[in-house]
Design a protein. Structure first.
Length: 585
């Protein structure tokens, strides 16, 4: 059996590499072949860090993550060559689906099971240290299963007390979730709070498990709501052709979508699950598992705040490291020709569509500061040109001095009056590119140390709002609507967005739709949108309402796209699985 050598390292946080503690051999199934258990707190850290390291090497380091979680959504776009067949809805045989997600998650699960057994066997280690280590690996394992069950539906559960077994049958969606919630509840009880002296910043903690439980229960609850439940989505084809044959941006259209049945969740009790989602979110927000707060917007995406309490679980890397690297900065921001340069050498491809941008109020910081409004690539240096965004009267006048009809308005005396010529292109070159991942140690390398936020406090706040709304006794339950509105506005206030009011959000449908839309805005470019569309049973309608997006990426989807296909290797080697997901070979 081929051996893979895995470097275990000590972390002061998830984003820092300090020193190597040991080399451990690992086989192709993620089984660690080292039989040494160890008997110290450092040994606990080593086993825990070995599980964390799987996220970076090899799930993120090749660029498959977050692509596999992110690119199949209505508001996300990029060049056709990058999105490829996966971005167009053909997931069969894609390495993202097989190597990154399926193999990556099961490799992480194997490591977590091994680590838990090794830590439990340490007889001489302080009980609190052991418990925290066990809780951390339980959280990682639960998160891996959460990604798997959302992507593939029924999946195998690997036994914790036995060596890796290839021939495990798929378990029902309900059973997988039962396993996930059990692991997380145990983790919440075992781990340190972020207020404990022994807690290490950057690691997950009790509040991380509680926050993820809220999200997991909300996922089940929304999926279990009856077919026919309505959601309003603002969407539509990006362009129309005018009388002169020119492509023009189409306005957003409010489309009322009837929820489809979500396979595997039919027998679940939505009310019970939303009650649990609200309860776990409340435990986080009221401080039962530590101290948590929403960061001011001007701190939120600064590297110096990467381990602040808002970031409940994130994955980072080491600047310039050839192995423990992630491609997030390169894909979303682009790396520069030199440190601090204004010219993008390569990358900066992935962005949001114009319809996503148009969801926002004019002064919302998530587009005022959270979207690039001008940038330059290396090929524009000699010509003295650059790009601007969006294509509106306001920004065209600032950039060119002309309005959208080409009329001269004024000398360009606004923010772009620097002697350069900025222009706009209706293709993948000009999208709503986020600034979330710009602040890195060295912006001129393609493996810069951006963090990937898997779970933020803002997500938990919106889960509370969602659960409060759905638990309302009727379509216009004033108490439920007021509670949901208060938590919705917490997120909106942070970004200087106009507060929602009961005058406009006076029904459960309107509040539900506003919360789902707020999630699309707040959690953009954080690999959340696809999974929201799926859990609400509106994925097919939302995607097909777009057709071909701003960059020409095909968003139309077939029913088989509701689940990813199982990897061919799994079907060929696992004797307990005899069929793929519907529609896939």
């Amino acid at each position: 059996m081929k051996k893979i050598y895995v470097l275990l390292f000590c972390l002061s946080s998830l984003v820092g590499l300090n020193s190597c503690s040991s080399w451990i051999e690992e086989d192709t199934d993620g089984q660690m072949l080292d039989t040494t258990v160890g008997q110290s707190a450092n040994d606990v850290d080593a086993w825990v860090t070995g599980v964390y390291s799987k996220w970076i090497y090899d799930m993120f380091c090749w660029g498959y993550f977050p692509r596999v979680l992110e690119f199949d959504a209505d508001y996300i776009s990029g060049p056709d060559w990058l999105f490829g067949t996966f971005g167009a809805g053909n997931f069969q045989g894609e390495s993202d689906v097989t190597d990154a997600l399926w193999k990556g998650c099961y490799g992480l699960i194997a490591r977590a099971n091994n680590a838990e057994r090794r830590i439990r066997a340490m007889a001489s280690v302080d009980e609190a240290v052991k418990n925290n280590g066990i809780g951390e690996v339980k959280f990682q394992k639960a998160f891996a299963y959460f990604m798997l069950v959302r992507a593939y539906g029924e999946v195998p559960i690997q036994p914790e007390t036995a060596e890796f077994d290839k021939n495990q049958p798929r378990q029902s969606v309900a059973d997988v979730y039962a396993y996930i919630t059990t692991q997380l509840e145990e983790a919440a009880a075992l781990m340190y709070k972020n207020t404990d002296n022994a807690y290490q910043k950057g690691h997950v903690c009790a509040g991380s498990a509680a926050g993820l439980l809220a999200k997991v229960y909300a996922t089940m609850a929304s999926a279990a709501l009856p077919a026919g439940t309505q959601v309003v989505v603002r969407t539509g084809a990006p362009y129309y052709t005018d009388a002169n044959g020119e492509r023009q941006y189409a306005d957003l259209v409010s489309k009322t979508i009837q929820k489809k049945t979500v396979k595997g969740y039919e027998q679940m009790d939505s009310k019970t699950l939303y009650t649990k989602a609200k309860d776990w979110a409340d435990r986080v927000l009221t401080g039962k598992y530590g101290d948590y707060e929403l960061l001011p917007y001007n701190q939120l995406w600064k590297k110096s705040f990467a381990t602040a309490s808002e970031f409940m679980f994130s994955v980072g890397s080491v600047s310039g490291d050839a192995t423990y690297k992630i491609m997030v900065h390169s894909q979303y921001e682009g790396y520069m020709t030199a440190p601090g340069s204004e010219f993008i050498q390569s990358g900066g491809w992935v962005g949001c569509t114009r319809h996503w941008y148009d969801l926002f109020d004019h002064d919302d910081l998530r587009i005022v500061e959270g979207v690039k409004h001008r940038w330059r690539v290396s090929t524009q240096q000699a010509s003295g040109t650059g790009f601007y965004y969006p294509y509106t009267n306001e920004y065209r006048i600032l950039a060119e001095g002309r309005d959208l009809e080409g009329n001269w308005v004024q000398d360009p005396s606004g923010i772009y009056a620097d002697g350069l010529s900025y222009y706009y292109s209706k293709d993948a070159q000009c999208l709503a590119f986020t600034t979330k991942y710009m602040d890195v140690t060295n912006d001129a390398i393609d493996n810069a140390d951006a963090n990937w936020p898997f779970l933020r406090l803002a997500d938990v706040v919106l889960v509370y709002a969602e659960a409060a709304n759905e638990l309302g006794s009727g379509e216009s339950d004033a108490v439920a609507l007021n509670t949901a509105l208060a938590y919705l506005n917490m997120v909106r206030a942070r970004s200087n967005a106009t507060a929602g009011t009961l005058a406009t959000l006076d029904t459960k449908l309107k509040m539900r739709s506003a919360i789902i839309e707020e999630r699309a805005k707040e959690l953009a470019c954080e690999a959340d949108r696809r999974w929201d569309l799926l859990r609400w049973g509106i994925y097919l309608d939302a995607m097909n309402a777009v057709g071909s997006d701003d960059a020409g990426v095909q968003k139309s989807r077939l029913e088989r796209c509701l689940l990813f296909p199982l990897p061919a290797q799994e079907l060929n080697t696992n004797k307990a699985i005899t069929a793929n997901n519907p529609g896939w070979n």
